[in-house]
Design a protein around this ligand. Sequence first.
Ligand SMILES: [Zn+2]
Ligand SMILES: [Zn+2]
Length: 407
Amino acid sequence: MKQIKKTFLLFILMATFLTACYGNDIPQVFDSGTAESITGTGLATATASTEKDAKPKGDASAATQGNTDAHQSVASPIKPGQLLKTHFLDVGQADCILVELPNNEKMLIDAGNNEDKDTILGYLDSQGIKKLDYVIATHPHEDHIGSLDEVIKKYDVGSIYMPKVSSNTKSFEDVLTTIKNKGLKVKAPESGSYLFNINNTENKLIARFLAPNKSKYEDVNNYSIVLKITFGNTSMLFMGDAGALSESEIINAGYDIKSNLIKIGHHGSAYSSSDNFIKLVQPQYAIISVGKNNDYGHPAQSTINRLQNAGIKIYRTDELGSIIAVSDGNTITIDEKVSPIKEQAPPAVSKQSASDSNQDIIVFVTKTGTKYHADGCRSLSKSKIPIKLSEAKAKGYTPCKICNPPQ
Ligand SMILES: [Zn+2]
Ligand SMILES: [Zn+2]
């Protein structure tokens, strides 16, 4: 018995030592039952419970400590001139947001529908992403976790955050299986806790969870993880699909929600972005991630009116394609034109498509995909079936947004 105790103590000592040395490079240590030993050091930790139940105790303690780095991996300094760059990917009626932090860490908030796999992986590749330090699945609806399994399979992943709610869909099961197979664990954030918190005289980089504030909701959307990222004097608020109920809970919790930019909740639904909430956020910019002519009637005209009446500039992915917001710590600028994905933009080769001979060009499709590709497109790594352009179109394949094949 004594021997076991000794071994255990040694293990904890080693784990603490390794953690101090390598930080987030060894998430296994955080997640293998040593959470208790490092709770209170301000490190983000997870308990050894099941994936769905894991809870970052360290985050809560960090939250009360204020200035402590809640996450060890955010020890990397922010060099002058670094930017916070947030990409709202055009994934149709869904959400997928890539956040490039000014300390070079990367975060992904949601991962579109199942069918957005090529779009999302292609986009992340085009941005040179190799590792996602933080993956946040706001809630288990398919339009938020659809391609998450593929993302987790492909890239190195630091920590994964999900609310404590499950779903009996295949998409959700796929995500959990992938997480398990990769030896990762899920953390359920506590409202008010910090994902990271660098706050000193030179710079300020903070990510704080503002919701969910309760453990039971009727509407799955209200389980949405809401995150506020602050960089210098600017901040961005990411609402997932949170509705008016969650918004009022956030207000009641007394958080500082004022933000320059808000990713509007629930694709601009009428039941999100309540007047009260928007008045307190006081954003300059509102981003709506929404599909053209979607079945839900999103965004609701009433929401658009509320935002416009408050003098907020609205940017919609169904109108602009992907949208990039860049903060230098003082100002946020919106770039609508840098995205390689342009669903609504005129096709780059529209002139060619006038000629019939163009339709005999050979393009490529995959066994399971719905898109056709130009030769050499990275989406063709698994299967590559040659097909005439005219035939591909007749069969209902649409051009890949990444490689931009002839149309
Ligand atoms: Zn949604
Ligand atoms: Zn939803």
